[in-house]
Design a protein around this ligand. Structure first.
Ligand code: ADP
Length: 436
């Protein structure tokens, strides 16, 4: 535990002599969750008549994780499953007399794991994960002998190999991945990502939309999904299903407050993004659209390194010089990480006067096209400024669904057609193996 913070005696006691430590032989609910710090916690529950008779935990984490696991199992014992499911990070911290900011995430991990174990019971899961802990010795998701996930690399531990295989198993069920990037914030990247995903889903494709904008996850708001809870089943994170064809996972569903992510550093972000790619049960997807944070920092780098192929970047910009300069860096970044560029979208490209229909160039126009030519990447099209885009976003209604016939709606449709036409020219592997 950190030395310059005065831990309460109760926290020290639970860290040094954790209660309820160890797996239960028989149990009615169980979950294993990996937290933002990379630590893993397991919680097991024995439940009679809807009430928790016994709760136990293990963790590979630090003393703070031990204290939080110990406290949360103590808090859960004797409560109804519903009441235990509602125990929050703050409840654990309060019961332990407070933690310094850098270890508060241990309480979040404990609360997430207990909630997941309760949901495992509620969903009738009672999945015996003792079988799962025996990691498969080889990847069984396909017969491709040349697949890099078939054999352990020399520089890899067994654990790293198992993790890489789990990631590959998940990714190889996704036909194509689009990473939506921008040089800077506020240019409409999330708007483009959300509307691209919704357009593909409306066209009958099976689509996943993954929001890894750790510092400003806006997808839940844009699609009216704020406050949704992600599920946990069989140790996997279950995305929020918006329609039969569109499943959504956002880092925003997991953060209790924006403050949670602010202190995350590069390696932590990498591990959270890898968990998102590895542990979300998308099933078979034709497309995964990823809303990445702006710039070329830790998160875009992590996702570009992890996502594998086939994948391509959709780069969003506004027409001004300043935004264009940032996009130039963004395209160079894609080159550096060997990520193909599907093309550039120029957003907020002029305004169509609602009265006379005349095109007014508010921020100039054509910068995106000029840059695409200069950098020899495809130009995907321009979306005009439309107040209805802001209104739809604020109301949580997908713009392309509500305003198909507007100039901006038609522009989105044309962009999606261009992206797909470009993508069809490349070999695409779509697998159809069903989830067990
Ligand atoms: P980013 O993800 O790049 O930060 P957002 O997609 O969150 O940007 O968009 C920023 C703001 O601009 C939002 O309020 C959004 O509704 C608005 N916006 C995006 N594109 C347009 C457009 N073409 N016309 C009008 N407003 C737009």
């Amino acid at each position: 535990m950190a030395s310059d913070f005065e831990y309460a005696a109760v926290a020290v006691e639970h860290a040094q002599r954790p209660r309820n430590f160890g797996a239960l032989d028989s149990y009615d609910g169980h979950a294993r969750v990996t937290g933002p710090c990379g630590d893993t916690m397991d919680v097991w529950l024995q439940i009679r008549d809807g009430r928790i008779q016994q709760a136990s935990f293990t963790t590979d984490g630090c003393a703070s994780s031990l204290a939080c696991g110990s406290m949360i199992t103590q808090l859960a014992t004797g409560r109804t499953v519903e009441a235990a499911r509602g125990i929050q990070q703050e409840d654990v911290l309060g019961a332990l007399g407070g933690f310094p900011e850098e270890t508060q995430h241990c309480a979040l991990l404990a609360a997430d794991t207990l909630r997941a174990a309760c949901e495992d019971f509620i969903n009738g899961g009672r999945l015996d994960r003792r079988d799962e802990s025996a990691a498969p010795s080889s990847c069984e998701s396909c017969d491709t002998a040349s697949c890099a996930a078939k054999a352990r690399r020399q520089d890899e531990s067994e654990k790293e190999f198992a993790e890489r295989q789990a990631l590959e198993r998940r990714l190889c069920r996704i036909g194509y991945k689009f990473l939506v990037l921008s040089g800077k914030g506020g240019v409409g990247k999330s708007t483009v990502a959300a509307n691209l995903a919704v357009s593909l889903a409306l066209a009958g494709q099976r689509v996943g939309l993954l929001d890894i904008d750790i510092h400003g996850p806006s997808i839940p708001g844009l699609l009216g999904l704020q406050g949704q809870q992600i599920g946990v089943a069989g140790g996997d994170l279950v995305p929020v299903r918006m329609t039969d064809h569109l499943a959504v996972m956002s880092i925003g569903f997991m953060l209790s407050s924006r403050k949670d992510a602010v202190i995350w550093r590069g390696p932590l972000k990498f591990s959270v993004i890898r968990q998102f790619l590895k542990d979300v049960a998308w099933g078979d997807l034709d497309y995964l659209v990823v809303d990445s944070p702006p710039g070329t920092g830790d998160e875009p780098l992590s996702i570009a390194q992890l996502v594998g192929s086939p994948a391509a970047a959709v780069v969003v910009t506004t027409p001004q010089e300043l935004a264009i300069a940032d996009v130039r860096r963004c395209v160079s970044f894609c080159e550096a990480v060997s990520l193909p560029v599907a093309g550039i979208v120029e957003n907020m490209s002029g305004l169509v006067c609602p009265t006379c229909g005349e095109h007014i160039d508010v921020f100039k126009r054509g910068g995106g096209k000029a840059l695409a030519d200069e950098m020899d990447v495809p130009y995907l099209g321009a979306v005009p400024i439309d107040p209805a885009i802001v209104e739809s976003g604020d109301a949580g209604i997908p713009f392309v669904e509500a305003h198909r016939q507007s100039a901006a709606g038609r522009a989105f449709a044309e962009i999606v057609r261009t992206i797909l036409a470009g993508q069809e020219q490349e070999p695409v592997t779509t697998t159809t193996k069903r989830e067990d």
